[in-house]
Design a protein around this ligand. Structure first.
Ligand code: SF4
Length: 335
């Protein structure tokens, strides 16, 4: 960990149980996903299997999503049973006591878990495909999440989506653990001020207008009660993390950090960094390369402000090393 001021947070992530935790798929299989396997060690994983928890056995006949007369149904073609009511009862019970999550990874294309991209059929018997939607659990989670990131394991194979997901869950976990106490629900304005300070450069890369708005909230010129300030800030965070940063905004933030060394570096070092930025812009090197240069200079020149910035290491190094391949970025991020 670069910043030694705070312990590395453990994001609390909700995960479909069949993604490596249990043989609970309809055919009693388990899905081994490389990313989930790597992530398991670093997070607090909370698992759910809606089909088993609502009372179905394993193995079982598969179910599908059917849209009939404007309503979605969870239908089991082999038995002709409609499990919609049973699923909705389970969802009502489960969502009554939903804890605070920092993110979720759900099974792709599942009529129960899938957060999107789930086949929808247009009839119970001899159906055709009527499009795509979310599964029952995935749809409800999206409605009730309050904005934490929800992905499926298929989308997380994309480098940029995965990098953005990791940054988001670690940012939300830091907020949950540094600003508020879960035991008595109390929050500290001093924790919020420190959180905002440490995240400034990362947030600059994500969304400058929202960063300014967050800064206005922290400054609290209207002397609002602390709780209002913290709630307002927390409600705006998901908007900031709404999508991966654009290349141009990330480069702007990296240049900003680089500016802190303008009197310390040699001409050759400055040239090396500017060339590296160009290589990053052209997708010839991943983000970790310019970040690594900044990190080494922050340590060498004892630049504590930069050492504390989450921009330099938004999530643990072991996850960066394993997955920072640089592949697949252009499909998910704009210039
Ligand atoms: S996709 Fe969801 S409901 Fe289906 S087996 Fe996996 S965890 Fe259970």
């Amino acid at each position: 960990m670069l910043n030694k001021g705070n312990p590395e947070p453990r994001p609390r992530v909700l995960i479909s149980r069949c993604l490596g935790f249990d043989n609970c798929r309809y055919n009693a299989a388990v899905v081994k996903d490389e990313f989930v396997e790597q992530l398991k060690e670093s997070i607090e994983a909370v698992t759910v299997c809606p089909e088993v928890e609502m009372g179905l056995e394993t193995p079982r006949e598969p179910v599908r999503l059917v849209e009939w007369e404007g309503e979605f149904h969870l239908f089991q073609p082999a038995t002709g049973k409609d499990y919609t009511e049973k699923m909705n009862d389970f969802l009502d019970r489960w969502f009554e006591k939903i804890p605070q999550f920092d993110g979720a990874i759900l099974k792709s294309r599942s009529p129960s878990c899938g957060p999107g991209d789930v086949k929808v059929f247009n009839a119970f018997e001899q159906p055709g495909q009527a499009g795509k939607s979310s599964g029952f659990f995935g749809a409800r989670l999206k409605d009730e999440s309050g904005g934490f990131p929800i992905e499926d394991e298929g989308r997380l194979k994309n480098f940029t989506i995965r990098e953005h997901f990791l940054t988001s869950i670690y940012t939300l976990a830091r907020f949950r653990m540094q600003v508020c106490s879960e035991e008595d629900n109390s929050c500290l304005i001093s924790g919020l001020v420190a959180f905002h300070q440490q995240n400034k450069m990362l947030f600059l890369a994500y969304n400058d207008p929202v960063l300014r708005e967050l800064g206005r909230i922290v400054a609290n010129h209207n002397r609002l009660p602390e709780k209002n300030i913290i709630d307002e800030y927390r409600n705006l965070l998901p908007e900031l993390l709404n999508g991966p940063p654009k290349y141009s905004a990330m480069i702007n933030s990296l240049q900003h950090a680089f500016g802190g060394f303008k009197h310390d570096l040699s001409g050759e070092e400055k040239k090396l960094f500017l060339n590296t930025l160009e290589e990053y812009r052209d997708e010839r090197v991943p983000l970790s390369v310019p970040l690594h240069l900044l990190k080494s200079w922050a340590v060498r020149f004892d630049n504590q402000y930069l050492i504390d910035q989450t921009l330099l290491q938004p999530y643990p190094l072991e996850l960066v090393n394993i997955y920072d391949s640089g592949k697949g970025r252009s499909s998910a991020r704009t210039a």
